[in-house]
Design a protein around this ligand. Structure first.
Ligand code: ZN
Length: 338
């Protein structure tokens, strides 16, 4: 890396940290709108990692993860550059919405263009100012509105470095996600930048457990790429790659009563939930079609026929996955009392 590192036209010297506003657009009244970014540059050269959150504007759990990373004392020992973007989709963030004002999904608008839609312009700025300057990336997400996700990493595992980092992140569940057209991850892959997507928790909520897990995961990645010194006593958890997932949909409309919760191990034929009418009369059941772990779940009890209710992931050894999930939760509770 050259000794000159610039963001939004501002030079950041070694050992400096700087808050920069990347100009995007303006509101109807002409108020300027920009993406706030904090760049932390270590005294020595090293990798350039971006950690972004709220590309879906209502997925704010990652915003808290980024802000806690920025407050962590260990950044004093940083090598290279950390580019922290607590809120990418500032429009959605202000409107409590996943989308941009034109109803476009920013994470389907990459790599974007200078003169395209608002989403394409924002994506273009993000690519130019952030992704192209980075050697690695982590993008933080939650479930969509009214849906919660078990902590999980999604990565393109055919990239050896992305696979290594997915394991280093340290959450038990990894999905080898097929690249979605227009996602930030796809745009990064095309530039050969290994990138992870962390999913955990629910939109418009802070979830302390997920915040801790996400934060620890980001620090593990930073240690493994040489940005931060390695911990002396590194706890190793078993990590599992799912070989397939499926969303189970509601057979009918009504009220859902969950019999299984997020993180549960389910066997083929298990009843996961019962749909009733408002008098409590059963209208149908949701039955597990295969053995797996519930990695995503609807939180709103009111459902229409066809609504996605449970996201179930298959593994070669589901019981071991369950054990590893329990372990990470115990580790987190333990760290609250340390
Ligand atoms: Zn998202």
């Amino acid at each position: 890396m050259t000794s000159d590192f610039k963001m939004g036209g501002v030079s950041i010297k070694k050992g400096q940290r700087s808050k920069i506003e990347l100009a995007v657009s303006s509101l109807y009244d002409g108020t300027d709108l920009s993406i706030p970014v904090e760049v932390v540059r270590g005294k020595e050269d090293g990798p350039v990692l971006f950690i972004s959150a709220a590309i879906h504007g209502d997925e704010i759990n990652g915003t808290e993860i980024v802000s806690r990373i920025l407050k962590n004392k260990s950044l004093k020992k940083l090598k290279g550059v950390l580019i922290a973007i607590p809120v990418v989709n500032i429009f959605g963030f202000n409107m409590l919405s996943r989308y941009l004002p034109d109803r476009r999904d920013l994470n389907r608008s990459f790599p974007g263009s200078l003169k395209g839609s608002l989403a394409a312009r924002l994506a273009n700025i993000f690519m130019k100012e952030i992704v192209k300057k980075s050697t690695h990336g982590i993008d933080l997400h939650t479930g969509a509105i009214h849906r919660t996700n078990l902590p999980q990493i999604r990565a393109c595992l055919s990239n050896a470095e992305a696979k290594r980092l997915a394991i280093e992140f340290g959450v038990p569940v990894i999905l080898n996600s097929t690249i979605r057209d227009g996602s930030l991850r796809e745009a990064a892959r095309r530039r050969d930048i290994p990138m992870l997507l962390f999913e955990g928790g629910e939109a418009l909520r802070f979830d302390e457990k997920i915040i801790q897990i996400g934060m620890q995961g980001c620090f593990s990645v930073m240690q493994s790429i040489g940005m931060l010194p390695k911990k002396k006593h590194d706890v190793r958890r078993e990590i599992f790659i799912s070989w397939g997932t499926q969303w189970l949909r509601s057979p009918t409309s009504g009220l859902i009563h969950n019999l299984k919760e997020i993180g549960a191990h389910v066997k083929e034929g298990d009843i996961l939930g019962v749909i009733t009418d408002q008098f409590g009369t059963s209208r149908g059941e949701i039955i597990a079609p295969f053995e797996g772990i519930i990695i995503g779940q609807l939180q709103l009890p009111l459902v229409n026929g066809g609504d996605a209710l449970y996201h179930v992931a298959s593994f070669h050894n589901t019981r071991k996955v369950q054990k590893s999930i329990k372990q990470i939760e115990e580790d987190i509770y333990q760290s609250f009392y340390d």
